[in-house]
Design a protein around this ligand. Structure first.
Ligand code: FDA
Length: 511
């Protein structure tokens, strides 16, 4: 690639001379002059909001797509030497673009070539590299076993690196917890360029990277996970109800029910605005479920626990667990499993999201206020994911992700828009921020909690390399509650000078 900028030249010289990591035969460096730079930069970037509305000053001086860990080790050491920051990218789905944008000179280490997956059904484990997607992981599991799965998210293009290190949940959450709850080992490169496994990194750092966000602590190369058991046949259903069809009453009742259901049953609610059959704009709640078993066990269970929904046998579809991952990703029934390997991002859009945790059911009047706001916007969604089950059995301090017993469900609010532009974005941002303010009386308090993987910079940002404990705590306790303190202790020990940092990275007390 062409490299005219002295910093880039110095960087590559450093890589080749001092660390002997520059393999000329394979191209791993892409500068802004390279013809592939732009397509690589934007390739996995999920939120289009950052494509056009970001100054190119926030773009990287260099993108590195390493094949070997020695290239990553060298890139860390050279970045430190030349005063550059690093943003590491696995799947590029960060809501606020923190894996590919930075206000100060930086390079991106993109793990697109670190995507190997090794499934070992003998001991029900797997090793998966950070640059693989969750779709690739699900696919690889299904090629080896039809009775194993893994409890991670719903969108197949999400990257393992960001997802696992921030928690990661989907339809198996009530039975098996988070992706991060099922990690048993990992390889990480630390700030000194050392490759460390669980034993070498120690339990403090191993605790921190399972839910505390990997980007604060190093670059995680791969993860060893526990596979979980799934039955040969599972059942799915989706029942949409508009306000006119009684959605308010059903969502209200769902809040008391979903968290207490049998652990094999996950019933989430997706709220959106739609045109009714009479072509009237209205709000619709879809009850979208996975049951780890067959229809004959599901229907009596639903009719006992949530009879108001009126589930009928004909609403239910039996399939394998792997087929259910396609169903929840929105692929038509009968699609080939290979769609899980497709990197084309289904949900690419301009968007802003926020999250909350609900600990007491929202009264009907509160729900009606949401519907009213929904009718003011076009592309808006609320996803309510029920907790309970396994989530109630794991202590808040087990890993940094603290949202356990006492939470009925997680809410994600999303607004999307089709045409990009600063003025247009402002209108939608104003709308979602106003909805978030409206929700305050109805959601968790002290702190008003949020989920790290639904990253939201409105919650607060760091004040640079020397961010203090109390400055970081403003956003930190929302994601981590009491675990924030321990995360700061681990960070201060493993990266005291705060080399690995971003707008919401864990601060070090020695920087
Ligand atoms: P990306 O590469 O952007 O990284 C995110 C963060 O992790 C960045 O700070 C990055 O630097 C850091 N990072 C990435 N790789 C690293 C590594 N190897 N070592 C250290 N740090 C690393 N969540 C969920 O729980 N359930 C769900 O169902 C979904 N569904 C979903 C759908 C869609 C369309 C989107 C856009 C997002 C989701 N998410 C989700 C949220 C998702 O879990 C979250 O955005 C993850 O952080 C994405 O991980 P990526 O590796 O793709 O992101």
């Amino acid at each position: 690639c062409t490299n005219s900028n002295p910093i880039q030249e110095n960087f590559m010289n450093c890589m080749s001379t001092e660390f002997n990591a520059y393999t000329k035969s394979v191209q791993i460096f892409f500068t802004p002059n390279s013809s592939l730079y732009s397509s690589i930069l934007h390739s996995t970037q999920q939120n289009l909001r950052w494509v056009n509305s970001t100054s190119t000053n926030n773009y990287p001086l260099l993108i590195i797509t390493p094949f070997h860990e020695s290239e990553i080790q060298a890139a860390i050491l050279c970045s430190k030497k030349l005063g550059l920051q690093i943003r590491v990218r696995s799947g590029g789905h960060d809501y606020e673009g923190l894996s590919f944008l930075c206000p100060t000179p930086f390079i991106i280490i993109d793990l697109m070539n670190f995507r190997a997956i090794e499934i070992k059904t003998e001991d029900e484990t797997a090793w998966v590299q950070s640059g693989a997607t969750i779709g690739e992981l699900y696919y690889a599991i299904s090629k080896k076993s039809n009775v194993h799965g893994f409890p991670a998210g719903l969108c197949p293009t999400v990257g393992i690196g960001g997802h696992f290190s921030g928690g990661g949940f989907g339809t198996l959450l009530r039975k098996y917890g988070l992706a991060a709850d099922n990690i048993i080992d990992a390889f990480l490169i630390d700030v000194n360029g050392r490759v460390l496994d669980r034993e070498k990194m120690g339990e403090g750092l191993f605790w921190a990277i399972r839910g505390g966000g990997g980007a604060s602590f190093g670059i995680i190369l791969s993860w060893k996970i526990k596979l979980v058991r799934v039955p040969l046949t599972v059942t799915v259903f989706t029942i949409p109800k508009t306000i006119e069809e009684g959605a308010t009453k059903l969502v209200h009742q769902w809040q008391y029910t979903a968290e207490k259901l049998n652990e094999d049953l996950f019933v989430r609610v997706i709220i959106q605005n739609v045109n009714s059959s009479a072509n009237i704009r209205t709000v619709q709640a879809s009850f979208n479920a996975l049951f780890l078993g067959r229809i004959d066990r599901l229907t009596p269970l639903m009719n006992k626990s949530f009879p108001e929904l009126g589930l009928r046998v004909e609403d239910c579809i039996e399939m394998s667990w792997i087929e259910s991952t396609l169903y929840f990703a929105g692929f038509p029934i009968g699609s080939s499993l290979e769609v899980l390997l497709d990197k084309t991002q289904l949900y690419k859009a301009n968007f802003k999201a926020k999250s909350d945790y609900v600990t007491e059911a929202i009264p009907k009047g509160g729900l009606e206020g949401i519907w009213k706001r929904f009718l003011e916007e076009e592309l808006v969604f609320i996803i309510m994911d029920p907790y309970g089950g396994k989530m109630n059995k794991i202590l808040e301090s087990e890993i940094p992700f603290p949202h356990r017993k006492g939470n009925l469900y997680n809410i994600q609010y999303l607004v999307k828009w089709e045409v990009n532009g600063v003025g247009i974005s402002k209108k939608h941002l104003k709308w979602i921020r106003s909805l978030h303010r409206y929700m305050k009386p109805y959601v968790s308090k002290y702190p008003r909690a949020a989920y790290l993987n639904y990253r939201d910079l409105d919650l607060g940002t760091n004040k640079g390399v020397n961010t203090s404990y109390s400055e970081g705590r403003i956003w930190g306790i929302k994601y981590f509650k009491g675990n924030f303190k321990r995360l700061v202790q681990v960070k201060s020990k493993v990266d005291p000078l705060n080399f690995f940092r971003n707008e919401q990275s864990i601060p070090s007390m020695h920087a």
